[in-house]
Design a protein around this ligand. Sequence first.
Ligand SMILES: [Zn+2]
Length: 334
Amino acid sequence: MSDGRKFEFNWPWFGNRHIIDFLQGSILSRELSHFYIFSGLPDLGKSALALAFSASLLCRNFADGQGLLPCGSCPSCLEVKKAAHSDLTFLRLAEEKKNISVEQVRNFIRLMSLGSFASGFKIGLVKSAESLSLEAANCLLKTLEEPKPGVVIILLTSHLEQLPATILSRGQILLFRPAAREQVYDYLVNEHKLTRDFARVLSRISSGRPALAAKLANDPGFFAGRKKIILTLIKMMSDNISGRFQAIEEIIKQEPGSAVETLEVWQTITRDLLLMRLNLEELTANELALNELREVNLPIAGLLNLQEKIKEGMKYLAANANPRTVLENISLQT
Ligand SMILES: [Zn+2]
C-alpha cells in the first residue's frame, strides 16, 4: 500500500481462493463495491465469507490502517461475533414464509440508516436473496441506485437465476464453487483436528462443501441425523410402497422443511450406485454406508430414471410444491 501500512487476514478457509483474493484485494486497495452478490450451492461458505469480509471492514484495525483483519477482539469484532453490531444488519426469510416481503426490506433499509455509523460502514447481508418478492427486490433496488457512502449490501443466493435482471445488472457477482475433496479433507484434519478416517468420511459425504463438512464435524447430532437419512433412503429403495411412505414420514418428522436436503442426499446415493455399477467405488460419497449400498440391486436404467425424477422433484420444490407429495412420487420410481 502506498502509505506503507498493511493488513494481515484472519479469514476462515472455505475454498474459493479466487473470491477470497478478490475481496481481500478490494479491502487492500479500498476499492469497494456497494453491492455484491454471492452465488453458489448451499454450504460452500458464502455466509462465513460474507461475515469475515464484513467483520474486516468494521474492525478497528481497518480504520487504523494496519493489523489483523478481523482482529477478533476489538469491541466491533466482539459485537459482530454476537450478531449485535449496529452497522451490520441482516435480512432473511422469516420462518414458514415463502418470500421476503417489501415490509421486511423497508425495515432493513430503515435499520441500515440508523445509528452511529461508528465504523464508517453500514453493511447489510441478505440471505436466501432468491426469495425476495419482486416488490421487495424493487424496493431494495432503490437503495442501490443511490447508495450512501459506506453502504455495502451483500446478497447471498443459491439460485442466481431467480433474481430479477435489474438486481443482477447492478451487483458485483461472485460465483462460489465446490472445493476439491482433498482440500476439504486437509481442512478437516488441520482446522477441525479430525482423525484421518473421519475426515475422509466427511470429505466424501460433503461433496466439496466446506461449510457442510464443518457442520458435520462439529455437531454430532447433525451428523447422526444425516447418517440416518442416508441409511433410511437406501433401505427404502428395496422396500414396498407402504415402507417407503413410512420412511418419508420419518424423514419429514426428523427434519421438517428439509425436503431439498433429502433430495440432495438421495441424489448422492443414486450417483454412488451408478459409480458402483461402473466399478468406481472409490469415488462414492456415502462411504459410511458402503455395505448398505452394495445390497441395492437397481439396474443402471432404473438409477438414471431415478436421477431424472429427483432433478424434477427439485424443480417442483423450488416452485413450492408439497414436499411430502414430491418425495412420495419419487419414491415410486424405483
Ligand atoms: Zn477487530
